[in-house]
Design a protein around this ligand. Structure first.
Ligand SMILES: C[S@@+](CC[C@H](N)C(=O)[O-])C[C@H]1O[C@@H](n2cnc3c(N)ncnc32)[C@H](O)[C@@H]1O
Length: 209
């Protein structure tokens, strides 16, 4: 867990600092459990473009619709919904928060849903791997960091694609880890988020063969 905290308090988005103030996975899980019922509404203004963008970017990179896709930190399933609209059918969700996942399940777009911590080394059996791994809104303060990145990488097939969103300041913190992995950056998009000065990146890496 990364404990550095940007303390971004905004009257419009009180949840942003509340969620980034978490000190442990247990605390984060409880907060997301409490937030689950209003999450989709609360984030719609700032975030709804991103799941759609992810799905569009993926369909340009890998148009085949039966690829095994892991939505890691799936939350309420906004990314799964967008992927399903693009025609992707083989989706797995995993998240810390049972309540967020319960909402994702209602959307009926995932083949399987699991509750778990992405830091957990035994998240999946060693034999499990995915063509695509997506983390949207997961690499962030008090959420996931290098440990999660390295752990998820193990479950990505050779030549598989890892799509992640990351804010500019957090990307700088994770830059060394992102560069160290045997993969190639194949797509980079950036969007202003929360205010014009803050940039969120959508990055796609392809694992080497
Ligand atoms: C900002 S939400 C994003 C949810 C969804 N991907 C979206 O785009 O709306 C972050 C999600 O990541 C999950 N999460 C954060 N750290 C996690 C971890 N270490 N293991 C599993 N899930 C985690 C949270 O429970 C939360 O649902």
């Amino acid at each position: 867990m990364v404990e550095n905290n940007p303390k971004e308090m905004s009257e419009d988005r009180p949840w942003l600092s509340w969620i980034c103030d978490s000190q442990s996975a247990e605390e984060l899980e409880k907060k997301y459990d409490n937030w689950a019922d209003t999450y989709d509404t609360d984030v719609s203004k700032d975030w709804s473009f991103m799941p759609n963008n992810i799905a569009k970017t993926l369909s340009q990179l890998l148009p085949q619709k039966d690829l095994a896709i892991l939505d890691a930190g799936a939350g309420t399933g906004l990314v799964g919904e967008a992927l399903a609209k693009e025609g992707y059918v083989n989706l797995t969700a995993i998240d810390l928060s049972e309540k967020m996942l319960a909402i994702a399940q209602e959307k009926q777009v995932y083949k399987s849903l699991y509750q778990g911590n992405l830091e957990d080394q035994s998240l999946f059996a060693d034999s499990v791997d995915f063509d695509v791994i997506i983390t949207a809104g997961v690499f962030a303060y008090a959420h996931a960091g290098v440990e999660v990145l390295n752990n998820l990488f193990r479950f990505l097939k050779k030549k598989g694609i890892f799509l992640l969103t990351i804010r500019e300041d957090y990307r700088q913190q994770m830059q060394a880890a992102l560069k160290r992995l045997p993969w190639k950056l194949i797509s980079e998009e950036r969007f202003p988020i929360y205010d014009e000065a803050k940039l969120m990146y959508l990055l796609a890496f392809q694992k080497k063969a």
